[in-house]
Design a protein around this ligand. Structure first.
Ligand SMILES: *Cc1c(COP(=O)(O)O)cnc(C)c1O
Length: 405
């Protein structure tokens, strides 16, 4: 089966990991800060906080932006569940903004209309989480202007988008947002096995995320809470703790990345440009080879350069039989590991239990029934890609015959 995505691990990657394993510090050594610095340079952000997953980074970001009970957080229904769950972890309410049928990203028009209505009922969100679907940036300038007008924070879920560009600048520069999160899961652009990172230009936000990443514990005397004067007779009146001393000043987590992972990430990051270039070439080749077939290939906003995490085709359900399920099954039978991204989050049983249902976000739902993710990964050869295209030609031929019956 040709997979829809696949990581590349080189001998140099393995050596870098082994080197850490042979050293004294396999976590909390020098590799994590080194990886954080390398990512900030890559994406033109000032600060970075590496984590054990993008899910953790999203949670840290929400906590740090002050999300709590009574707050509202909005995201896209076409995303992985983690983009919405992070708000629920904080006790906040989640809502969704329907997608733009061209980009599959959160629709700016729908966002504006929803904000306008929310302002009148006093139910504006505290944070909006745009998701850069497939690696194509959302319209961040417009979202940033709305954030300014309505006073919400912007948290970019760029799990798909490291190596992508918006208005000629790298995704993650946080020009129109407060925090951006990346994922380094093996199916994403570069990998640390599990892993993620939050980047920001705001030193206060970075410091708070660092604190929460590690139990809410600090050794920095500048952050210490006031000295507690003891009234007990059995301890000194002014506690003289010594160099072992640390304070827990908030309720944090253990969301740390290991040095083993960071060493892998550093090596992978060296190949980010090559990977994105290869993905883009394959994507353009798909565009060409599929041009005459009855599928919609991905539309690209001229303001963006996608990182091409996934390549999605859609077909028009109203016009053609067989349906998506038949196409999907046929391709799988042909050894093509197609997939579907994503089942709209609001239709998941957990979300239906808290009040959402089918019918609420029509563009997202229509998209869901029409979309298929084709295999795309940097080590994919033209021959492998041809196999995918030939299978699609076969099914297109069947579709064509049925349409002319
Ligand atoms: C993969 C992904 C996540 C979660 O990433 P992890 O690193 O696996 O936690 C979140 N959001 C989106 C859009 C993703 O694709």
């Amino acid at each position: 089966m040709i997979p829809y995505g696949r990581q590349e691990i080189t001998e140099a990657d393995i050596e870098a990991v082994v080197e850490v394993l042979r050293s004294d510090l396999i976590t909390q050594g020098s590799k994590v800060p080194e990886f954080e610095r390398a990512v900030t340079q890559q994406v033109s952000a000032k600060h970075a906080v590496a984590t054990n997953s993008a899910t953790s980074a999203l949670h840290l970001a929400c906590r740090t932006l002050g999300v709590g009970p009574g707050d509202r957080v909005w995201t896209s229904p076409i995303t992985f569940v983690a983009s919405a769950n992070c708000a629920l972890y904080c006790g906040a309410q989640v809502d969704f903004v329907d997608i733009d049928p061209n980009t599959y990203n959160m629709s700016v028009q729908a966002l504006e209309a929803k904000l306008d209505a929310a302002e009148r009922t006093g139910t504006l969100p505290k944070v909006v989480i745009p998701v850069h679907m497939c690696g194509q940036s959302c319209e961040m300038q417009e979202i940033g202007e709305l954030a300014w007008r309505y006073g919400f924070f912007v948290l970019e879920d760029a799990s798909h988008a490291i190596g992508g560009y918006y208005q000629q600048k790298p995704v993650g520069n946080c020009h129109y947002s407060d925090i951006t999160v990346f994922s380094f899961h093996p199916v994403k652009i570069i990998t640390t096995a599990e892993g993620g990172m939050a980047v920001t230009n705001n030193p206060g936000l970075a410091q708070q995320m660092e604190l929460l990443r590690s139990h809410g514990i600090t050794r920095d005397p500048n952050l210490f809470a006031d000295v507690q004067y003891s009234t007990s007779k059995t301890v000194p009146r002014i506690p003289d703790h010594g160099p072992w001393y640390y304070q827990q000043i908030d309720l944090g987590y253990n969301y740390r990345m290991t040095d083993i992972q960071a060493a892998l990430g550093l090596k992978q990051l060296e190949r980010l440009k090559t990977y994105v270039t290869k993905r883009r070439k394959l994507a353009y080749r798909y565009d060409e080879l599929l041009a005459d077939l009855p599928f919609h290939t991905p539309w690209q906003n001229p303001d963006t350069e996608s990182a091409w995490h996934i390549y999605i085709i859609r077909f028009n359900l109203e016009e053609i039989e067989p349906n998506r399920r038949k196409v999907f099954d046929f391709l799988r039978q042909q050894g093509i590991g197609v997939n579907v991204h994503y089942i709209p989050v609001h239709t998941q049983p957990y979300y239906r239990k808290i009040g959402f249902d089918w019918g609420m976000f029509p563009s997202a739902e229509k998209y869901y029934w029409e979309a298929i993710t084709l295999p795309l990964f940097p080590t994919m050869t033209k021959e492998t890609q041809n196999q995918v295209v030939n299978a699609l030609k076969k099914i297109a031929h069947k579709i064509d015959r049925m349409a002319h019956k």
